[in-house]
Design a protein around this ligand. Structure first.
Ligand SMILES: *Cc1c(COP(=O)(O)O)cnc(C)c1O
Length: 424
């Protein structure tokens, strides 16, 4: 009898006789085939994450627009497109990616504080569903670009509801001091102005208060403020067909307990219904909660190095592959791919990059030797999409696992790829 033990909080990852597998596929075998560092994603985890939102919206007119900046790899986008998702994009580059996999333009919404005229033109030509406008100045520019193209741009205005999502300051976006959206008290005037611009068609309202939110409270507060505004805006004769409530729902990195997507939406829909807006189309822009715990990064231990104050475990993945610890002091669990007998030591797990900020985990108890494989968990979101070539490191390969099979969705970047665009 073989012993199968799912990892707590990671239902699609389990130890089979001590060996770590994702959806039944051995990480050790994948690392031998494709090398390390290697990102491995569970398709089932992504579909389950989407299903939780869909359960929450059962019987409603709702559209889940995956915020693709969390993980914009084509193989991941295709999973969501095939499952019926729309996409939230933040650049012309993301638009090109999502069109490349055949996404429906009408289900694409375009967020971001600094859209260029060229990006606006590109999105109008593609026929996207909605621009989420983030400032009064952007309204003017979009109006001009749309008129020049002989089109009307469908818009919603992103409102900054001034609520504290109680997350890391770099991923709080709905507070007064943030660069995002239009201030709550400017909103009605901004909508009245937009409604008068001939190149624009007002269709909705949106907000996005932050990321890795683990408490329903800030969402409920933001929803009340948005619904107050829907009332005030509609009192001026402007009809809002959709309410886009953004993304931001957190995942379990280290025993975090965010509300389940369906339970959260049960509460939010009760508020929406109570205030008489249950007939509006609902849109959301989840990113992290759609992919975060679908992914792991498999990495090899290069050296262990005892130090005066600390022991270091030096791995072949680094801050260019896994930027979240360096950027946000984020925690990601690190576990051995194959359990090794013997006493654990406490290590700082670090990459090879020439920066003291290049750490992946601090004070981790591990029984490891050089040549061992480790899996950095919760690596589906904001890892590969933020990866860089710092230290002239090629970006990692990516594998999508489904139903016991594995598909390489991105080959490892070569030196040729890196040098191709340069001249001297
Ligand atoms: C980043 C972002 C999202 C997704 O946030 P998550 O925390 O990954 O769910 C959604 N909407 C906008 C406008 C964003 O900038």
């Amino acid at each position: 009898m073989s012993a199968v033990r799912p990892l707590p909080g990671h239902p699609h990852i389990a130890r089979h006789d001590g060996l770590l597998k994702v959806e039944g596929v051995s990480l050790d075998a994948l690392a031998r085939e494709h090398g390390t560092p290697l990102f491995v994603y569970s398709k089932q985890w992504m579909l389950d994450a989407l299903a939780a939102y869909q359960r929450g919206f059962a019987g409603r007119n709702a559209l889940v627009c995956y915020a693709m900046k969390a993980n914009s790899s084509l193989g991941v986008l295709r999973v969501f497109a095939e499952a019926g998702c729309g996409f939230d994009i933040v650049s012309g580059g993301e638009l090109a990616r999502v069109l490349a996999i055949g996404a429906e333009p009408a289900k694409i919404i375009f967020s971001g504080v600094g859209k260029t005229r060229a990006e606006m033109g590109q999105a109008l030509a593609a026929g996207i569903g909605c621009f989420n406008v983030e400032s009064e100045a952007e309204l003017e520019v979009l109006n001009e670009v749309a008129l020049a193209a002989g089109q009307r741009a469908r818009i919603s205005i992103r409102i900054n509801p001034n609520v504290d999502p109680k997350t890391h300051p770099y991923i709080s976006t709905g507070l007064k001091g943030n660069k995002f959206g239009v201030a709550h008290d400017r909103a009605v005037a901004a909508y009245q102005h937009a409604a008068r611009l001939p190149g624009l068609e007002v269709v909705g309202i949106d907000c996005h208060i932050g990321s890795q939110i683990t408490d329903a409270g800030p969402y409920l507060d933001a929803m009340e403020k948005i619904l107050d505004l829907v009332e005030a805006i509609e009192a001026t004769g402007i009809r809002l067909h959709h309410i886009d409530f953004g993304g931001g729902l957190g995942i379990d990195y280290n025993g975090d307990t965010p509300p389940a997507a369906d339970a959260l939406w049960k509460q939010l829909l009760a508020r929406i219904d109570a205030r008489g807006f249950g007939d509006r189309q609902l849109m959301i822009e989840p990113g992290r909660s759609m992919v975060g715990n679908a992914g792991v990064c498999v990495t090899e231990v290069l050296y262990t190095k005892p130090g005066e104050d600390k022991n270091f475990c030096i791995i072949d993945a680094a801050m260019n592959d896994l930027p979240r610890p360096a950027m946000y002091q984020a925690f990601q669990a690190i576990v051995p791919v194959s359990e090794r007998a013997g006493a654990a030591s406490t290590y700082d797990v670090v990459g090879p990059i020439c920066e003291s900020g290049d750490w992946i985990g601090r004070d981790r108890a591990l029984a490891v030797q050089s040549g061992d494989l480790l899996a950095v968990l919760s690596a589906g979101a904001y890892c590969m999409s933020m990866a860089s070539n710092y230290n002239t490191r090629g970006r990692a390969a990516e594998v999508l696992v489904s139903g016991g099979g594995a598909k390489l969705i991105r080959r490892r970047e070569t030196m040729g790829d890196q040098l191709a665009s340069e001249r001297f």
